[in-house]
Design a protein around this ligand. Structure first.
Ligand SMILES: [Zn+2]
Length: 378
């Protein structure tokens, strides 16, 4: 059997299988069941969260031989053709590469002919915001008075670039980023599919890196599975992808608490020697400090921290107060911004860690004011 990437293999085929888009799925199902079918739909939302998959499911729901139905069978020839992308009546157009007015004129001519074998002729136009103004104008006339058998499904990641005249003629659906917990659940199922196992922490990391895009998560999952020999561990990911890892961050930040400049400099040098880039290190330190700050605020939810709260150094958590951790985090965030104009990125990060070594002595202006107020009171 030919190798299929996980994103394709696990592409949802029914409304109920859509991940994290329950509201969209329920509304579409309801409108099909009650026969309220619009002639133009507009799907908006971030990339990789299921817009195109939903468009195909909707196409099947409307054209299934036992439909229109909210639960397309998936087995009739119509459903199968739509799944394979070979249906003559479900036409997928990439707005990014068919942006001209001529491309749209062609659609205008085509819609005059009724569907070949299906109930509806459905145009799925992806990245519709890429169309030129004249293309939009040409399209407008068609969606104003479409033949009864024509349905348009537009998808876009940039709603603000779609003209109001188009928007007002479409039924709009807003897709959301998929919550990390749900992405992780799907990754667990993907593991079962291909008969491999994975550490919780490793899957959390993949889910977090994909920032709410199911497609990105699957792509990263495939990459990681390829070198994991049947068992995905965070350690393998860390080594292969050159990540720093919480244990090693705990060590260097512990040394900062001890104000042990020598040890900090040596550890930093070891990171850089092992091929970790300065950008990567700053990013990892920022993630780490953000998690510490969240823990300080009493947050222990693993999906927010990326891993169990117990994994973070107790020494650092007790050594610095919230204000000091805030300061450390803003130090790294500023560093990331400044580093591209720097004489030497390496000096910058060394300086940042040097500052962290005396962070325990740092007193914020708020604390100074409090002390002065107290003194005045005396
Ligand atoms: Zn069917």
């Amino acid at each position: 059997m030919a190798y299929e990437v996980t994103a394709t293999r696990r592409r949802p085929q029914t409304f109920d299988a859509l991940i994290g888009q329950e509201f969209v799925a329920a509304t579409l199902k309801n409108s099909i069941e009650t026969g309220k079918i619009a002639h133009a739909y507009l799907f908006t939302g971030p990339r990789g969260c299921g817009k195109t998959s939903t468009a195909r499911i909707l196409a099947k729901a409307l054209n299934c031989q036992s439909g229109p139905t909210a639960t397309p069978c998936g087995t009739c020839s119509t459903c199968q053709e739509i799944t394979k992308g070979s249906s003559l009546d479900v036409i997928e157009i990439d707005g990014a590469s068919n942006t001209s007015v001529n491309d749209i004129r062609q659609i205008k001519d085509e819609v005059m002919f009724p569907p070949n074998s299906c109930r509806y002729k459905i145009y799925i136009i992806d990245e519709v915001h890429m169309l030129t103004t004249s293309a939009f104008n040409a399209l407008l006339k068609t969606i104003e008075e479409p033949p009864p058998y024509v349905i348009f499904i537009f998808a876009t990641t940039e709603l603000q670039k779609v003209p109001a005249t188009i928007k007002s003629r479409c039924q709009q659906f807003n897709f959301r980023l998929v919550p990390i917990e749900k992405v992780k659940e799907q990754l667990e199922l993907a593991c079962k599919d291909i008969g491999i196992t994975a550490e919780d922490e490793a899957l959390y990391w993949i889910a977090r890196e994909s920032t709410g895009s199911m497609r990105d998560a699957y792509t990263l999952f495939d990459q990681v599975a390829a070198f994991s020999e049947g068992h995905i561990t965070y350690e393998k990911i860390r080594d292969k992808l050159g990540l720093v890892g919480t244990e090693r961050l705990n060590e260097i930040f512990d040394a900062c608490i001890d104000a042990d400049n020598v040890s900090v400099t040596e550890k930093l040098d070891a990171f850089l020697q092992s091929g970790i880039s300065i950008d990567q290190l700053i990013t990892n330190c920022s993630d780490y400090l953000r998690s510490l700050l969240l823990i300080k605020h009493g947050i222990t939810k693993e999906s927010l921290l990326g891993q169990a709260a117990e994994r973070y150094s107790k020494k650092v958590l007790s050594g610095w107060n919230s204000i000091q951790i805030e300061r450390a985090l803003s130090l790294f965030l500023n560093l990331y911004r400044d580093i591209r104009y720097s004489l030497s990125p390496r000096y910058e990060i060394e300086l940042a860690f040097s500052k962290l070594c005396w962070l325990s002595d740092y007193v914020s202006p708020v604390e100074v004011k409090k002390a002065i107020d107290n003194a005045q009171a005396l």
